[in-house]
Write a protein that binds this ligand. Structure first.
Ligand code: NAP
Length: 354
């Protein structure tokens, strides 16, 4: 590392790691050495990390998708594994050959080494995303946001791209948004309303229903007490919805097909129910000309295109697009944070801080 560190760096740090696949209890917070940035890399201090659902899949062993191909395609590695995710960081040291990055600046970054639930990590300097404070490069979040809000806002491009580019949602259409009170769902509800669509939102508690109504949902259905298929058919006078925004999988995926209109589209981009290997009934697809759109992989990078980020940041600065952060946990309590999500008790994005 060059001598551009602006603060003394200790030798060891706290980091979250798991040595086996399993439930939240396998997460441990341990003392590990602080990594050294190599050529073209920076050492960063982590300020906040968003818990990404894919880290829950990886912790569970990715529904058996382990092996070299899985590592390349899904990032699923044999333990020991340091969970990753999008982090808001401050640069505290520069490796050799790094130019255009200043120590002391804040950024969003994915792909931290050894992981993201760490006090200090090493990152490729080229991957840093500056905030909208006039520095050169891509803007990532409004400069007034706290680190926790910044990492939660990183799911706005996901919501935008799945709805607009993936499913092609139009102003006159109706969209069914599942897990609407989740970290990405709250942003999807607000964006779908911004696009002019009618929003039917589902969630699993009255507290969540109140939130999604406040965010603009036209209809909010507690799926534990009411049938979302019936409600969606009723709201559309029996026609069905034009778009389903689907990240739950299993029965929710299957039953959503029953309330889709002729020619409707479903965008599938997750499986919160961990049921990725289930069977799909193709009958509704050819009887109703339905379209299934998968989203992820390189779509993630495309979703942060400068023109999309500019629109999202302008909306946020105008107070029309707000991330929701109600749960902030310490790294030492990462297991409780993962458990909260897995038990469907979280509202908005769950964030970890050192
Ligand atoms: N493809 C990609 O590149 C990409 C990128 C980012 C995010 N994603 C996906 O986007 C989805 C949303 O992510 P998020 O972080 O914002 O998560 P989230 O929506 O906050 O996830 C938690 C919520 O999922 C809902 N859920 C419904 N059925 C569930 C079940 N059987 N088990 C557990 N939870 C269930 C629960 O809410 P209710 O009970 O209220 O429904 C729960 O509170 C995830 O599937 C994630 O993998 C994909």
């Amino acid at each position: 590392m060059s001598q551009e560190s602006i603060q003394p760096i200790p030798k060891t740090m706290k980091a979250v790691v798991h040595y086996e696949f399993g439930g939240p209890e396998v997460l441990r917070c341990e003392d590990v050495p602080i990594p050294e940035p190599g050529a073209g890399e920076v050492l960063v201090k982590v300020l906040a990390v968003a818990i990404d659902y894919i880290q829950l899949h990886i912790r569970h062993g990715g529904s058996g998708r382990i092996g070299a191909a899985s590592e390349a395609s899904y990032g699923i590695k044999e333990p020991p594994y340091f969970p990753g995710g999008m982090a808001c960081v401050e640069v505290v040291g520069l490796g050799t050959g790094v130019t255009g990055v200043e120590a002391g600046t804040r950024h969003l970054i994915g792909g931290l080494r050894p992981g993201a639930y760490v006090e200090y990590g090493v990152a490729d300097a080229a991957g840093l995303q500056p905030r909208s404070d006039g520095k050169p490069g891509m803007t990532a979040y409004p400069s007034t946001f706290t680190p926790a809000e910044a990492v939660a806002f990183d799911y706005a491009p996901v919501a935008y791209h799945t709805l607009k580019v993936g499913a092609g949602l139009q102003a006159h259409e109706t969209v069914l948004i599942h897990a609407a009170a989740g970290g990405t769902g709250v942003l999807a509800v607000q964006l779908a309303k911004h696009f002019g669509a009618q929003v039917i939102a589902t969630a699993g508690s009255e507290e969540k229903i109140t939130l999604v109504r406040e965010l603009g949902a036209d209809v909010a259905i507690n799926y534990r007490t009411d049938d979302f298929v019936t409600a969606a058919r009723d709201f559309t006078d029996g026609r069905g919805v034009d778009v389903v925004w689907e990240s739950v999988g299993g029965d929710v995926f299957a039953r959503s097909l029953d309330c889709m209109a002729e020619g409707a589209r479903m965008v599938s981009f997750g499986s919160n129910s961990f049921t990725g290997n289930g069977q799909v009934d193709f009958w509704p697809f050819w009887v109703k000309n339905l379209k299934l759109i998968g989203w992820g992989g390189i779509s993630n990078a495309q979703s942060r295109a400068p023109e999309i980020m500019t629109e999202l940041i302008a909306l946020a600065e105008a107070g029309k697009l707000k991330p929701v952060v109600r749960h902030v946990y310490r790294f030492s309590d990462a297991a409780s944070a993962h458990r909260l999500i897995e038990e469907r008790r979280s509202i908005g994005k769950v964030v970890l801080v050192p």
